[in-house]
Design a protein around this ligand. Structure first.
Ligand code: NAD
Length: 504
Protein backbone atom coordinates (compact mmCIF):
# COMPACT_ATOMS: atom_id res chain seq x y z
CA UNK A 1 0.00 0.00 0.00
CA UNK A 2 1.37 3.37 -0.99
CA UNK A 3 1.47 6.09 1.65
CA UNK A 4 1.89 9.57 0.20
CA UNK A 5 3.61 12.20 2.34
CA UNK A 6 5.02 15.68 1.93
CA UNK A 7 8.66 15.08 1.11
CA UNK A 8 9.71 18.73 1.53
CA UNK A 9 8.44 18.96 5.08
CA UNK A 10 9.70 15.49 5.96
CA UNK A 11 13.23 16.53 4.95
CA UNK A 12 12.95 20.19 5.92
CA UNK A 13 16.04 19.79 8.13
CA UNK A 14 18.11 18.63 5.16
CA UNK A 15 19.16 15.47 3.37
CA UNK A 16 22.17 14.46 5.45
CA UNK A 17 21.94 11.95 8.30
CA UNK A 18 24.85 12.06 10.73
CA UNK A 19 25.04 10.75 14.29
CA UNK A 20 21.31 9.99 14.33
CA UNK A 21 20.11 13.38 13.08
CA UNK A 22 18.90 14.82 9.83
CA UNK A 23 20.76 18.00 8.92
CA UNK A 24 21.81 20.16 6.04
CA UNK A 25 24.93 19.87 3.91
CA UNK A 26 27.47 22.68 3.99
CA UNK A 27 28.91 22.51 0.48
CA UNK A 28 27.16 25.71 -0.59
CA UNK A 29 25.71 23.83 -3.57
CA UNK A 30 22.14 22.62 -3.86
CA UNK A 31 20.49 19.82 -5.74
CA UNK A 32 16.85 19.28 -6.62
CA UNK A 33 15.39 15.78 -6.61
CA UNK A 34 12.97 15.63 -9.53
CA UNK A 35 10.03 13.39 -10.23
CA UNK A 36 11.11 11.82 -13.55
CA UNK A 37 7.49 11.20 -14.52
CA UNK A 38 6.72 14.92 -14.58
CA UNK A 39 9.99 16.80 -14.27
CA UNK A 40 8.57 18.53 -11.18
CA UNK A 41 10.61 19.30 -8.08
CA UNK A 42 10.32 16.86 -5.17
CA UNK A 43 12.98 18.21 -2.82
CA UNK A 44 15.67 20.87 -2.99
CA UNK A 45 18.57 20.27 -0.60
CA UNK A 46 22.09 21.40 0.11
CA UNK A 47 24.61 18.81 -0.99
CA UNK A 48 27.22 17.30 1.31
CA UNK A 49 30.78 18.43 0.71
CA UNK A 50 34.08 17.10 2.07
CA UNK A 51 33.50 18.74 5.49
CA UNK A 52 30.17 16.91 5.86
CA UNK A 53 31.83 13.67 4.84
CA UNK A 54 34.48 14.28 7.49
CA UNK A 55 31.83 14.87 10.15
CA UNK A 56 29.98 11.69 9.19
CA UNK A 57 33.19 9.64 9.25
CA UNK A 58 33.95 11.04 12.71
CA UNK A 59 30.47 10.13 13.94
CA UNK A 60 30.90 6.60 12.57
CA UNK A 61 34.30 6.38 14.29
CA UNK A 62 32.80 7.45 17.63
CA UNK A 63 30.06 4.83 17.33
CA UNK A 64 32.47 2.04 16.43
CA UNK A 65 33.76 0.79 19.82
CA UNK A 66 30.29 0.26 21.29
CA UNK A 67 28.85 -1.35 18.16
CA UNK A 68 31.88 -3.53 17.43
CA UNK A 69 31.92 -4.53 21.11
CA UNK A 70 28.25 -5.54 21.20
CA UNK A 71 27.60 -9.27 21.13
CA UNK A 72 26.39 -10.76 17.86
CA UNK A 73 23.11 -11.45 19.65
CA UNK A 74 22.73 -7.79 20.64
CA UNK A 75 23.41 -6.65 17.08
CA UNK A 76 20.98 -9.25 15.81
CA UNK A 77 18.22 -8.13 18.20
CA UNK A 78 18.67 -4.51 17.16
CA UNK A 79 18.49 -5.46 13.49
CA UNK A 80 15.33 -7.51 14.04
CA UNK A 81 13.76 -4.41 15.64
CA UNK A 82 14.94 -2.40 12.64
CA UNK A 83 13.15 -4.84 10.30
CA UNK A 84 9.97 -4.41 12.35
CA UNK A 85 10.12 -0.59 12.22
CA UNK A 86 10.70 -0.72 8.48
CA UNK A 87 7.76 -3.03 7.85
CA UNK A 88 5.45 -0.61 9.65
CA UNK A 89 6.53 2.03 7.13
CA UNK A 90 6.24 -0.04 3.97
CA UNK A 91 3.80 2.43 2.39
CA UNK A 92 6.16 5.40 2.91
CA UNK A 93 9.05 3.53 1.32
CA UNK A 94 6.93 2.45 -1.66
CA UNK A 95 5.88 6.06 -2.23
CA UNK A 96 9.33 7.59 -1.90
CA UNK A 97 11.05 4.97 -4.06
CA UNK A 98 8.48 5.26 -6.85
CA UNK A 99 8.54 9.05 -6.66
CA UNK A 100 12.30 9.59 -6.86
CA UNK A 101 12.97 6.86 -9.46
CA UNK A 102 9.75 6.72 -11.49
CA UNK A 103 9.26 3.04 -10.66
CA UNK A 104 5.77 1.64 -11.26
CA UNK A 105 4.09 1.08 -7.90
CA UNK A 106 3.92 -2.67 -8.38
CA UNK A 107 7.71 -2.84 -8.78
CA UNK A 108 8.38 -0.87 -5.57
CA UNK A 109 5.65 -2.76 -3.74
CA UNK A 110 6.55 -6.27 -4.82
CA UNK A 111 10.29 -6.12 -5.46
CA UNK A 112 12.34 -3.20 -4.12
CA UNK A 113 10.75 -2.65 -0.73
CA UNK A 114 9.97 -6.21 0.43
CA UNK A 115 13.29 -7.45 -0.98
CA UNK A 116 15.21 -4.82 0.98
CA UNK A 117 13.32 -5.51 4.19
CA UNK A 118 13.88 -9.24 3.78
CA UNK A 119 17.58 -8.44 3.56
CA UNK A 120 17.40 -6.76 6.97
CA UNK A 121 15.80 -9.88 8.45
CA UNK A 122 18.36 -12.11 6.75
CA UNK A 123 21.33 -10.15 8.11
CA UNK A 124 19.74 -9.91 11.55
CA UNK A 125 19.93 -13.71 11.61
CA UNK A 126 23.29 -14.01 9.85
CA UNK A 127 24.87 -11.60 12.37
CA UNK A 128 24.87 -14.44 14.89
CA UNK A 129 26.77 -16.92 12.76
CA UNK A 130 29.99 -15.67 11.23
CA UNK A 131 31.68 -18.54 9.36
CA UNK A 132 35.15 -19.90 10.12
CA UNK A 133 37.36 -22.96 10.60
CA UNK A 134 37.07 -24.78 13.95
CA UNK A 135 39.76 -24.10 16.58
CA UNK A 136 42.17 -27.04 16.93
CA UNK A 137 45.80 -28.01 17.65
CA UNK A 138 46.82 -27.98 13.99
CA UNK A 139 50.57 -27.72 14.81
CA UNK A 140 50.42 -30.14 17.72
CA UNK A 141 51.98 -27.54 20.04
CA UNK A 142 49.47 -24.71 19.74
CA UNK A 143 45.80 -24.07 19.75
CA UNK A 144 44.90 -22.13 16.61
CA UNK A 145 41.70 -20.24 16.14
CA UNK A 146 40.39 -17.52 13.94
CA UNK A 147 38.86 -14.27 15.06
CA UNK A 148 36.65 -12.64 12.46
CA UNK A 149 36.79 -8.93 13.26
CA UNK A 150 35.06 -5.90 11.78
CA UNK A 151 37.21 -3.61 9.65
CA UNK A 152 36.14 -0.30 11.19
CA UNK A 153 34.36 2.53 9.42
CA UNK A 154 33.12 1.56 5.95
CA UNK A 155 32.63 4.15 3.20
CA UNK A 156 30.06 3.08 0.60
CA UNK A 157 28.90 4.70 -2.61
CA UNK A 158 25.66 3.63 -4.32
CA UNK A 159 23.86 4.29 -7.63
CA UNK A 160 20.35 5.59 -8.35
CA UNK A 161 18.71 2.60 -10.02
CA UNK A 162 17.66 0.70 -6.87
CA UNK A 163 18.41 3.25 -4.13
CA UNK A 164 16.80 1.34 -1.25
CA UNK A 165 18.12 -2.06 -2.25
CA UNK A 166 21.60 -0.68 -2.81
CA UNK A 167 21.55 1.03 0.60
CA UNK A 168 20.47 -2.28 2.14
CA UNK A 169 23.11 -4.31 0.32
CA UNK A 170 25.86 -1.93 1.44
CA UNK A 171 24.76 -1.20 5.00
CA UNK A 172 23.50 -4.56 6.23
CA UNK A 173 26.49 -6.91 6.00
CA UNK A 174 28.72 -4.08 7.23
CA UNK A 175 26.76 -3.39 10.41
CA UNK A 176 25.81 -7.03 11.01
CA UNK A 177 29.55 -7.75 11.21
CA UNK A 178 30.14 -4.92 13.72
CA UNK A 179 31.35 -2.13 11.44
CA UNK A 180 29.89 1.35 11.26
CA UNK A 181 29.22 3.02 7.93
CA UNK A 182 28.93 6.21 5.93
CA UNK A 183 26.90 5.70 2.75
CA UNK A 184 26.73 8.11 -0.14
CA UNK A 185 23.62 7.48 -2.21
CA UNK A 186 23.30 9.03 -5.63
CA UNK A 187 22.44 12.69 -5.21
CA UNK A 188 19.47 12.05 -7.55
CA UNK A 189 17.81 9.57 -5.16
CA UNK A 190 18.67 10.11 -1.47
CA UNK A 191 15.17 9.74 0.05
CA UNK A 192 14.87 6.07 0.91
CA UNK A 193 18.49 5.76 2.09
CA UNK A 194 17.79 8.53 4.59
CA UNK A 195 14.56 6.85 5.72
CA UNK A 196 16.35 3.51 6.05
CA UNK A 197 19.04 5.05 8.29
CA UNK A 198 16.46 6.94 10.39
CA UNK A 199 14.57 3.70 11.01
CA UNK A 200 17.80 2.05 12.22
CA UNK A 201 18.20 4.67 14.95
CA UNK A 202 14.55 4.49 15.91
CA UNK A 203 14.95 0.75 16.33
CA UNK A 204 17.75 1.31 18.84
CA UNK A 205 20.82 0.93 16.65
CA UNK A 206 23.14 3.52 18.21
CA UNK A 207 23.48 6.94 16.60
CA UNK A 208 26.47 7.08 14.28
CA UNK A 209 26.38 3.41 13.26
CA UNK A 210 24.60 4.31 10.00
CA UNK A 211 25.25 7.72 8.42
CA UNK A 212 24.18 9.09 5.04
CA UNK A 213 25.92 11.83 3.07
CA UNK A 214 23.94 13.02 0.07
CA UNK A 215 26.42 14.64 -2.24
CA UNK A 216 27.90 14.64 -5.71
CA UNK A 217 30.34 11.94 -6.82
CA UNK A 218 33.32 14.06 -7.69
CA UNK A 219 33.00 15.97 -4.43
CA UNK A 220 31.50 14.00 -1.52
CA UNK A 221 32.15 10.65 -3.25
CA UNK A 222 35.86 11.22 -3.73
CA UNK A 223 36.20 12.69 -0.23
CA UNK A 224 34.63 9.54 1.21
CA UNK A 225 36.64 7.06 -0.86
CA UNK A 226 39.91 8.90 -0.12
CA UNK A 227 39.25 9.54 3.57
CA UNK A 228 42.15 8.19 5.65
CA UNK A 229 39.87 6.93 8.44
CA UNK A 230 37.79 4.77 6.11
CA UNK A 231 38.88 1.13 6.32
CA UNK A 232 37.08 -0.06 3.22
CA UNK A 233 35.33 1.33 0.19
CA UNK A 234 32.35 -0.53 -1.16
CA UNK A 235 31.21 0.90 -4.47
CA UNK A 236 28.28 0.05 -6.72
CA UNK A 237 28.01 1.93 -9.98
CA UNK A 238 29.41 2.11 -13.47
CA UNK A 239 32.68 0.51 -14.47
CA UNK A 240 34.08 3.89 -15.54
CA UNK A 241 33.53 5.47 -12.11
CA UNK A 242 34.63 2.21 -10.46
CA UNK A 243 38.05 2.61 -12.11
CA UNK A 244 38.39 6.10 -10.63
CA UNK A 245 37.26 4.86 -7.21
CA UNK A 246 39.81 2.04 -7.38
CA UNK A 247 42.61 4.52 -8.11
CA UNK A 248 41.73 6.64 -5.10
CA UNK A 249 41.22 3.67 -2.78
CA UNK A 250 44.48 2.06 -3.85
CA UNK A 251 46.35 5.26 -3.08
CA UNK A 252 45.12 5.13 0.50
CA UNK A 253 45.55 1.31 0.86
CA UNK A 254 42.03 0.34 1.82
CA UNK A 255 39.99 -2.72 1.08
CA UNK A 256 37.84 -2.39 -1.99
CA UNK A 257 34.64 -4.03 -3.14
CA UNK A 258 33.41 -3.12 -6.62
CA UNK A 259 29.97 -3.94 -8.02
CA UNK A 260 30.07 -2.49 -11.51
CA UNK A 261 28.21 -2.46 -14.79
CA UNK A 262 26.69 -5.38 -16.65
CA UNK A 263 25.61 -6.42 -20.13
CA UNK A 264 23.78 -9.63 -19.43
CA UNK A 265 23.42 -12.17 -22.26
CA UNK A 266 20.25 -14.24 -22.66
CA UNK A 267 21.03 -17.46 -24.56
CA UNK A 268 18.13 -19.36 -26.11
CA UNK A 269 18.88 -22.88 -27.40
CA UNK A 270 16.69 -24.43 -30.09
CA UNK A 271 14.87 -26.80 -27.68
CA UNK A 272 13.80 -23.98 -25.33
CA UNK A 273 10.19 -23.26 -24.42
CA UNK A 274 9.74 -20.34 -26.84
CA UNK A 275 6.84 -18.74 -24.96
CA UNK A 276 8.82 -18.84 -21.73
CA UNK A 277 11.88 -17.38 -23.43
CA UNK A 278 9.91 -14.56 -25.07
CA UNK A 279 8.20 -13.61 -21.80
CA UNK A 280 11.47 -13.96 -19.89
CA UNK A 281 13.31 -11.73 -22.35
CA UNK A 282 10.74 -8.94 -22.23
CA UNK A 283 10.48 -9.01 -18.44
CA UNK A 284 14.24 -9.35 -18.04
CA UNK A 285 14.97 -6.49 -20.42
CA UNK A 286 12.33 -4.07 -19.18
CA UNK A 287 12.42 -4.47 -15.42
CA UNK A 288 13.02 -1.07 -13.82
CA UNK A 289 12.90 0.39 -17.35
CA UNK A 290 16.02 -1.63 -18.13
CA UNK A 291 17.99 0.29 -15.51
CA UNK A 292 19.16 -2.91 -13.89
CA UNK A 293 22.76 -4.06 -13.90
CA UNK A 294 21.61 -7.65 -14.50
CA UNK A 295 18.91 -6.81 -17.08
CA UNK A 296 18.74 -9.01 -20.17
CA UNK A 297 20.39 -6.82 -22.79
CA UNK A 298 21.70 -9.20 -25.47
CA UNK A 299 19.57 -12.14 -26.56
CA UNK A 300 21.32 -14.82 -28.63
CA UNK A 301 18.82 -17.18 -30.19
CA UNK A 302 19.64 -20.40 -32.00
CA UNK A 303 18.74 -20.07 -35.66
CA UNK A 304 15.58 -22.32 -35.75
CA UNK A 305 13.85 -20.15 -33.11
CA UNK A 306 15.23 -16.77 -34.16
CA UNK A 307 12.43 -15.35 -36.35
CA UNK A 308 9.65 -16.43 -33.99
CA UNK A 309 11.53 -15.11 -30.98
CA UNK A 310 11.99 -11.67 -32.60
CA UNK A 311 8.35 -11.39 -33.60
CA UNK A 312 7.16 -12.65 -30.20
CA UNK A 313 9.32 -10.16 -28.30
CA UNK A 314 8.28 -7.27 -30.56
CA UNK A 315 4.60 -8.10 -30.10
CA UNK A 316 4.88 -8.37 -26.32
CA UNK A 317 6.92 -5.17 -26.06
CA UNK A 318 4.16 -3.29 -27.91
CA UNK A 319 1.65 -4.51 -25.31
CA UNK A 320 3.62 -3.09 -22.37
CA UNK A 321 1.70 -0.21 -20.78
CA UNK A 322 4.04 2.75 -20.42
CA UNK A 323 2.76 5.49 -18.12
CA UNK A 324 2.42 7.23 -14.79
CA UNK A 325 4.18 5.12 -12.15
CA UNK A 326 1.33 5.77 -9.71
CA UNK A 327 -1.48 4.81 -12.08
CA UNK A 328 -2.91 1.32 -11.61
CA UNK A 329 -1.96 -0.93 -14.47
CA UNK A 330 1.25 0.83 -15.46
CA UNK A 331 3.95 -1.66 -16.44
CA UNK A 332 6.79 0.67 -17.30
CA UNK A 333 7.59 4.08 -15.83
CA UNK A 334 10.04 6.72 -17.01
CA UNK A 335 13.80 6.48 -16.81
CA UNK A 336 15.48 8.14 -13.85
CA UNK A 337 16.08 11.50 -15.53
CA UNK A 338 15.69 13.30 -18.82
CA UNK A 339 19.47 13.35 -19.23
CA UNK A 340 19.64 9.58 -18.85
CA UNK A 341 16.71 9.09 -21.24
CA UNK A 342 18.55 11.18 -23.84
CA UNK A 343 21.68 9.09 -23.34
CA UNK A 344 19.67 5.89 -23.96
CA UNK A 345 18.03 7.44 -27.03
CA UNK A 346 21.50 8.36 -28.32
CA UNK A 347 22.56 4.70 -28.37
CA UNK A 348 19.47 3.76 -30.38
CA UNK A 349 19.81 6.70 -32.80
CA UNK A 350 23.43 5.78 -33.55
CA UNK A 351 22.41 2.13 -34.00
CA UNK A 352 20.00 3.05 -36.82
CA UNK A 353 22.97 3.39 -39.17
CA UNK A 354 24.07 -0.24 -38.70
CA UNK A 355 21.08 -2.13 -37.25
CA UNK A 356 17.28 -2.48 -37.43
CA UNK A 357 15.03 -0.93 -34.80
CA UNK A 358 12.09 -3.37 -34.85
CA UNK A 359 9.93 -1.60 -32.30
CA UNK A 360 10.23 1.40 -29.96
CA UNK A 361 13.21 3.64 -30.47
CA UNK A 362 11.42 6.80 -29.39
CA UNK A 363 9.98 8.70 -26.49
CA UNK A 364 6.18 8.58 -26.25
CA UNK A 365 4.28 11.78 -26.95
CA UNK A 366 1.04 13.23 -25.59
CA UNK A 367 0.62 13.29 -21.82
CA UNK A 368 3.89 11.43 -21.33
CA UNK A 369 6.03 13.88 -23.29
CA UNK A 370 6.96 15.84 -20.17
CA UNK A 371 8.41 12.78 -18.41
CA UNK A 372 11.69 10.93 -19.03
CA UNK A 373 9.91 8.09 -20.84
CA UNK A 374 11.29 5.82 -23.54
CA UNK A 375 9.40 3.06 -25.30
CA UNK A 376 10.43 -0.60 -25.05
CA UNK A 377 12.90 -1.05 -27.88
CA UNK A 378 14.01 -4.09 -29.85
CA UNK A 379 17.10 -3.93 -32.06
CA UNK A 380 18.21 -6.64 -34.48
CA UNK A 381 21.04 -7.01 -37.03
CA UNK A 382 23.55 -5.13 -34.86
CA UNK A 383 27.05 -6.56 -35.30
CA UNK A 384 28.49 -8.27 -32.22
CA UNK A 385 31.26 -5.68 -31.98
CA UNK A 386 28.90 -2.68 -32.29
CA UNK A 387 28.39 -0.13 -29.53
CA UNK A 388 24.84 -1.18 -28.75
CA UNK A 389 25.85 -4.82 -28.23
CA UNK A 390 29.04 -4.11 -26.31
CA UNK A 391 28.24 -1.13 -24.09
CA UNK A 392 25.87 -0.74 -21.17
CA UNK A 393 22.81 1.20 -22.45
CA UNK A 394 20.91 0.97 -19.14
CA UNK A 395 17.48 1.49 -20.65
CA UNK A 396 14.55 -0.56 -22.01
CA UNK A 397 16.52 -1.77 -25.01
CA UNK A 398 17.14 -5.38 -26.07
CA UNK A 399 19.31 -6.54 -28.95
CA UNK A 400 18.78 -9.97 -30.54
CA UNK A 401 21.27 -11.89 -32.65
CA UNK A 402 21.12 -15.44 -34.07
CA UNK A 403 23.68 -18.23 -33.53
CA UNK A 404 24.22 -21.73 -34.96
CA UNK A 405 26.28 -24.16 -32.87
CA UNK A 406 25.84 -24.26 -29.07
CA UNK A 407 29.42 -23.23 -28.40
CA UNK A 408 28.99 -20.21 -30.65
CA UNK A 409 26.09 -19.02 -28.48
CA UNK A 410 28.21 -19.35 -25.34
CA UNK A 411 31.17 -17.63 -27.00
CA UNK A 412 28.99 -14.67 -28.01
CA UNK A 413 27.54 -14.52 -24.48
CA UNK A 414 31.08 -14.22 -23.09
CA UNK A 415 32.16 -11.66 -25.67
CA UNK A 416 31.90 -8.35 -23.77
CA UNK A 417 34.11 -6.92 -21.03
CA UNK A 418 31.33 -7.51 -18.49
CA UNK A 419 30.43 -10.59 -16.44
CA UNK A 420 27.70 -9.80 -13.94
CA UNK A 421 24.78 -12.04 -14.92
CA UNK A 422 23.45 -14.23 -17.74
CA UNK A 423 20.74 -16.72 -18.50
CA UNK A 424 20.42 -19.89 -20.57
CA UNK A 425 17.16 -21.31 -21.89
CA UNK A 426 16.78 -24.98 -22.80
CA UNK A 427 14.92 -28.14 -21.76
CA UNK A 428 18.15 -30.16 -21.92
CA UNK A 429 19.97 -30.39 -18.56
CA UNK A 430 23.30 -31.05 -20.28
CA UNK A 431 23.02 -27.89 -22.34
CA UNK A 432 22.00 -25.77 -19.33
CA UNK A 433 24.69 -27.41 -17.19
CA UNK A 434 27.30 -26.60 -19.78
CA UNK A 435 26.06 -22.99 -20.04
CA UNK A 436 26.20 -22.64 -16.25
CA UNK A 437 29.82 -23.80 -16.29
CA UNK A 438 31.03 -21.96 -19.38
CA UNK A 439 29.44 -18.53 -19.02
CA UNK A 440 31.79 -16.16 -17.22
CA UNK A 441 29.41 -14.27 -14.94
CA UNK A 442 28.66 -14.01 -11.23
CA UNK A 443 25.13 -15.34 -11.73
CA UNK A 444 23.68 -17.69 -14.36
CA UNK A 445 19.94 -18.23 -14.38
CA UNK A 446 18.50 -21.31 -16.06
CA UNK A 447 15.09 -20.78 -17.72
CA UNK A 448 14.60 -17.49 -15.88
CA UNK A 449 16.29 -14.11 -15.67
CA UNK A 450 16.32 -11.51 -12.83
CA UNK A 451 15.21 -13.09 -9.52
CA UNK A 452 17.53 -12.54 -6.57
CA UNK A 453 17.38 -13.83 -3.02
CA UNK A 454 18.92 -12.66 0.26
CA UNK A 455 20.65 -16.00 0.95
CA UNK A 456 22.64 -16.06 -2.30
CA UNK A 457 25.61 -13.89 -3.34
CA UNK A 458 25.47 -11.17 -5.97
CA UNK A 459 28.62 -9.91 -7.65
CA UNK A 460 30.56 -9.74 -10.86
CA UNK A 461 33.29 -11.37 -12.90
CA UNK A 462 35.60 -9.47 -15.27
CA UNK A 463 34.88 -5.72 -15.65
CA UNK A 464 31.70 -6.13 -13.57
CA UNK A 465 33.90 -6.01 -10.47
CA UNK A 466 34.72 -8.24 -7.55
CA UNK A 467 33.35 -9.07 -4.12
CA UNK A 468 29.85 -10.13 -3.11
CA UNK A 469 26.73 -8.36 -1.89
CA UNK A 470 23.98 -10.20 0.01
CA UNK A 471 24.30 -13.69 1.57
CA UNK A 472 26.76 -14.81 4.25
CA UNK A 473 29.52 -14.56 1.60
CA UNK A 474 29.38 -10.77 1.92
CA UNK A 475 30.94 -11.11 5.40
CA UNK A 476 34.18 -11.94 3.58
CA UNK A 477 34.21 -8.33 2.35
CA UNK A 478 33.30 -6.67 5.63
CA UNK A 479 35.45 -8.63 8.10
CA UNK A 480 39.13 -9.37 8.51
CA UNK A 481 40.54 -12.63 9.84
CA UNK A 482 43.00 -12.81 12.66
CA UNK A 483 44.78 -16.08 13.37
CA UNK A 484 45.45 -16.52 17.09
CA UNK A 485 48.08 -19.23 17.75
CA UNK A 486 48.51 -20.03 21.40
CA UNK A 487 51.32 -22.22 22.79
CA UNK A 488 50.08 -25.35 24.60
CA UNK A 489 53.49 -26.74 25.71
CA UNK A 490 54.42 -24.19 28.39
CA UNK A 491 58.10 -24.87 27.49
CA UNK A 492 60.68 -22.06 27.52
CA UNK A 493 62.77 -23.73 24.78
CA UNK A 494 60.43 -24.66 21.96
CA UNK A 495 61.35 -27.45 19.63
CA UNK A 496 61.44 -25.18 16.59
CA UNK A 497 64.09 -22.89 18.19
CA UNK A 498 66.68 -25.41 16.91
CA UNK A 499 66.28 -23.92 13.49
CA UNK A 500 67.64 -20.61 14.84
CA UNK A 501 70.22 -21.35 17.55
CA UNK A 502 71.54 -24.89 17.28
CA UNK A 503 70.56 -28.15 18.97
CA UNK A 504 68.62 -28.14 22.23
P1 NAD B 1 27.68 6.00 -11.53
O1 NAD B 1 28.92 5.18 -11.62
O2 NAD B 1 27.57 7.20 -12.37
O3 NAD B 1 27.49 6.53 -10.03
C1 NAD B 1 27.44 5.64 -8.94
C2 NAD B 1 27.73 6.41 -7.67
O4 NAD B 1 29.08 6.89 -7.72
C3 NAD B 1 26.86 7.65 -7.46
O5 NAD B 1 26.57 7.77 -6.08
C4 NAD B 1 27.77 8.78 -7.90
O6 NAD B 1 27.47 10.02 -7.29
C5 NAD B 1 29.12 8.27 -7.43
N1 NAD B 1 30.29 8.83 -8.09
C6 NAD B 1 30.36 9.39 -9.33
N2 NAD B 1 31.63 9.81 -9.56
C7 NAD B 1 32.36 9.50 -8.45
C8 NAD B 1 33.73 9.67 -8.10
N3 NAD B 1 34.59 10.26 -8.91
N4 NAD B 1 34.13 9.23 -6.87
C9 NAD B 1 33.27 8.62 -6.03
N5 NAD B 1 31.96 8.44 -6.32
C10 NAD B 1 31.51 8.86 -7.52
O7 NAD B 1 26.47 5.00 -11.72
P2 NAD B 1 24.92 5.35 -11.79
O8 NAD B 1 24.69 6.00 -13.11
O9 NAD B 1 24.50 6.02 -10.54
O10 NAD B 1 24.28 3.87 -11.77
C11 NAD B 1 24.23 3.05 -12.86
C12 NAD B 1 25.42 2.09 -12.89
O11 NAD B 1 25.44 1.31 -11.70
C13 NAD B 1 25.34 1.11 -14.02
O12 NAD B 1 26.62 0.99 -14.60
C14 NAD B 1 24.94 -0.19 -13.33
O13 NAD B 1 25.30 -1.36 -14.02
C15 NAD B 1 25.65 -0.06 -12.04
N6 NAD B 1 25.06 -0.95 -11.03
C16 NAD B 1 25.72 -2.08 -10.69
C17 NAD B 1 25.17 -2.96 -9.75
C18 NAD B 1 25.88 -4.22 -9.36
O14 NAD B 1 25.44 -4.87 -8.43
N7 NAD B 1 26.96 -4.60 -10.03
C19 NAD B 1 23.95 -2.65 -9.17
C20 NAD B 1 23.29 -1.48 -9.54
C21 NAD B 1 23.87 -0.63 -10.48
Amino acid sequence: MVQRFDVSSRFAAGAQFTAGRLGSGTSGRTHTVLDPATGESVLGYELAGPADVGAAVEAAGRALPEWAGATPGERSDAMHRWAAVLRERTGDFVYAESLQCGKPLKLSEEFDVPGSFDNVSFFAGAARQLPGVAAAEYSGDHTSYVRREPLGVIGSVAPWNYPLQMAAWKILPAVAAGNTIVLKPSELTPLTSLMFAEAACEAGIPDGVVNIVSGAGADAGEALVGHPSIAMTSFTGSTAVGRRVAEIATGTVKRLHLELGGKAPFVVFDDADLTAAVHGAVAGALINSGQDCTAATRAYVQRPLYEEFVSGVAELMREVRVGDPFAPGTDLGPLVSHAHRDRVAGFVERARSYATVVTGGEAPGGELAKGAYYLPTLVTDAPQDSEIVQQEVFGPVLTVLPFDADDQGIALANDTPYGLAASAWSRDVFRTGSAAREIRAGCVWINDHIPIISEMPHGGYKASGYGKDMSAYSFEEYTQLKHVMQDTTAQARKDWHRTVFGDR
